[in-house]
Design a protein around this ligand. Structure first.
Ligand SMILES: Cc1cc2nc3c(=O)[nH]c(=O)nc-3n(C[C@H](O)[C@H](O)[C@H](O)COP(=O)(O)O)c2cc1C
Length: 197
């Protein structure tokens, strides 16, 4: 595979993953560094990207542990794996938290009530509970579908995380042999170097 073919393959798969729920890239793993300097990792839904600029976006709750970790240390690692295309992507970057403003508003606007209802959680995610809890008001649990107006109170807890990636390590698994490359952002453009798998 040539450099051009590899980049094209990544672009194609990233585009597919936003359209297809089942795509491997759709759920990515986000690594943060906590207040004790320890690594923390969890899954989030991949929401948007700009490949040329190395930007990726996910949504989260303002009150979550990862948000305080990113306030403390904005270095992030993102991991994606797609079984069908045999691609692993390892992004490293810096997080910017949007709790208001243009990007925040446009993501709130284009998200469905189904994906936004989690922001109606009454207690901060991760709070200790005496009982098994879904952390959602009863009126929300009882309803199958909510309207955008009904999820609006959750907007105060919504956070858009924009990641500016400075490097992307690619691993492509192949029967005939694997292929590994490192992309780094140089003057706002990706520059590729091959590395041994
Ligand atoms: C498939 C899947 C998708 C998830 N998507 C998100 C997401 O988009 N945003 C989010 O904050 N948490 C998401 N979660 C929950 C997180 O993995 C995590 O449990 C939660 O955000 C609390 O993490 P924290 O305490 O490290 O902040 C998802 C979990 C799974 C299993």
């Amino acid at each position: 595979m040539t450099e051009i073919e590899l980049i094209q393959k990544i672009k194609t798969e990233l585009a597919k993953s936003l359209a297809k729920r089942q795509h491997g890239f759709r759920t990515m793993q986000v690594g943060t560094v906590d207040q004790n300097g320890l690594p923390q990792v969890r899954s989030v839904v991949f929401r948007d990207y700009n490949f040329e600029r190395g930007e990726l976006v996910f949504h989260t709750d303002n009150r979550s542990g990862k948000v305080s970790q990113m306030f403390h240390n904005s270095n992030l690692a993102l991991h994606m794996w797609d079984e069908r295309s045999k691609l692993q992507l390892r992004w490293s970057g810096i997080a910017t938290l949007h709790q208001e403003g243009e990007m925040f508003e446009s993501h709130w606007k284009k998200s469905t009530p189904g994906s936004l209802k989690v922001y109606l959680a009454e207690s901060a995610p991760g709070t200790k509970s005496e009982v098994a809890s879904h952390n959602l008001p009863n009126r929300v649990l009882k309803k199958k579908e909510l309207t955008k107006d009904e999820v609006e109170p959750g907007k105060a807890n919504f956070c858009v995380v924009q990641v500016a990636a400075h490097s992307l390590e690619i691993l492509h698994l192949g029967k005939a042999g694997h292929l590994r490359a490192l992309l780094t952002q140089v003057d706002s453009q990706w520059s590729l170097s091959w590395i041994e798998p």
